[in-house]
Design a protein around this ligand. Structure first.
Ligand SMILES: C[S@@+](CC[C@H](N)C(=O)[O-])C[C@H]1O[C@@H](n2cnc3c(N)ncnc32)[C@H](O)[C@@H]1O
Length: 380
């Protein structure tokens, strides 16, 4: 079957690589999504194991709809009884990039109407809507005059790993954090440090990766488990195999923050994944702290002066640059921010530069290779 994994802008290559490693075939990289082919086992494993996917859809039908009435009829004609019991519940998520439907909500409503009308006409009864946790979550996408109907096998966003007990201001999305780590080449044999760890999302995702823990082992609820063709035996085997693969961390992971409340939140999140003892957290100011390792990987998500205000944001980033330069020789440092001017103030020339989005904020994700005695001032 065809599978479509959704992701954030910029993480498509990381997702394609992850999926290939899981055995996906015929991979096509799209914008904010990756298309592949696979069987039921791959569908289940994709939901359980992909770190950079937000949802896995299974496209069911694609058709042309010159007019809105054609759309209604095509949805009505689809054999929905094969996928949903009349006493079950449904929800429709819709995205419209078409003149036919100017509002995605209206598209969702027309889709739902066509489905329930079919049930009512045939069986005298209709399934109910449950937007939170339906038996069947349907995804409809209209681009120009082409409509794609898909089932949402995840049933929820896969960034909800089940470990976020509490959070502080401006946490980064779990899927984005995992993608940032992958882009930085993690996991490998380097120790990892996040000096402004906040609620510890980067650390927790890193610990999950470095221990080969499937990201969803803490939240084993998926839409496909409510489908009529759900294969419970196959699923139990895949979850069992994923649990067996988990191993202790082989390289240290350390976090720090100057805010004690943020650190308590990070500790709680890490404990919920079983890394409470394995990941060390320190209350420290990055500008005064000594590096925890002689060298390694540093990944940070500092304040951007958007959600977390900083008085002199340029000065703050200038100090990050100076700290990198004077203390962090031997590190590969990655930093994400939506504040491009502040990033310039770091004053070092990035080795790599990626565009990612943190929610609606367009960000740059920059890498600085920090060699002892060979720092070049920025030209840009
Ligand atoms: C955008 S938040 C990080 C969010 C984190 N990635 C998460 O997912 O929760 C930035 C963090 O930097 C911390 N911070 C700001 N200045 C700092 C400094 N000089 N030293 C250490 N931490 C600092 C703040 O306390 C805040 O927790």
């Amino acid at each position: 079957m065809k599978l479509l994994a959704k992701t954030f802008f910029g993480l498509e290559p990381a997702l394609a690589a992850e999926w290939e490693a899981l055995g996906a075939k015929e991979i096509v990289v799209l914008k904010r999504a990756v298309l592949a082919e696979g069987d039921t086992e791959l569908l289940y494993r994709s939901n359980l194991e992909l770190r950079t996917a937000l949802r896995i859809l299974t496209p069911l039908a694609e058709f042309e709809c010159p007019q809105e009435s054609d759309f209604y009829q095509a949805v009505y004609d689809f054999p929905w009884e094969q996928y949903l019991h009349v006493d079950g519940t449904l929800a429709v998520d819709a995205v419209s990039n078409s003149e036919l439907f100017r509002h995605s909500k209206f598209l969702a409503l027309r889709t739902k109407d066509a489905i329930v009308d079919r049930f009512r006409d045939r069986l005298g009864r209709r399934p109910n809507v449950d937007t939170d946790w339906p038996d069947l979550r349907i995804n409809v996408h209209v681009r120009d005059r082409v409509c794609t109907l898909s089932l949402d096998s995840s049933g929820r966003s896969l960034h909800k790993r089940g470990y976020r007990a509490s959070q502080v201001a401006a946490p980064i999305n779990e899927v984005l954090a995992a993608g940032m780590l992958m882009e930085a080449g993690y996991p490998d044999d380097r120790p990892l440090f996040d000096p402004m760890c906040g609620s510890g999302t980067i650390l927790t995702e890193a610990a999950l990766m470095a221990s080969s823990s499937a990201p969803q082992l803490g939240n084993l609820n998926f839409g496909f488990q409510r489908w009529p063709d759900f294969e419970a035996g196959l699923w139990d085997r895949l979850v069992g195999e994923a649990r067996e693969r988990v191993h202790p961390l082989r390289q240290p992971i350390r976090g720090a923050d100057r805010d004690g409340r943020a650190l308590r939140s990070a500790a709680q999140n890490l404990r919920r994944c079983g890394f409470g003892a394995e990941v060390q957290l320190d209350r420290a100011d990055f500008f005064r702290q000594q590096p925890p390792f002689d060298g390694g990987l540093l990944v940070m998500n500092p304040p951007y002066d958007e959600r977390l205000g900083i008085k002199d944001i340029q000065g703050f980033y200038r100090e990050i640059g100076a700290t990198f330069k004077h203390r962090y020789a031997g590190y590969s440092a990655w930093i994400i921010s939506s504040n491009f001017e502040a990033l310039q103030a770091i004053g070092l020339r990035p080795g790599k530069k990626l565009t990612l989005f943190n929610g609606a904020l367009e960000c740059r994700y920059l890498q600085f290779e920090l060699y002892a005695g060979s720092k070049k001032p920025s030209k840009s």
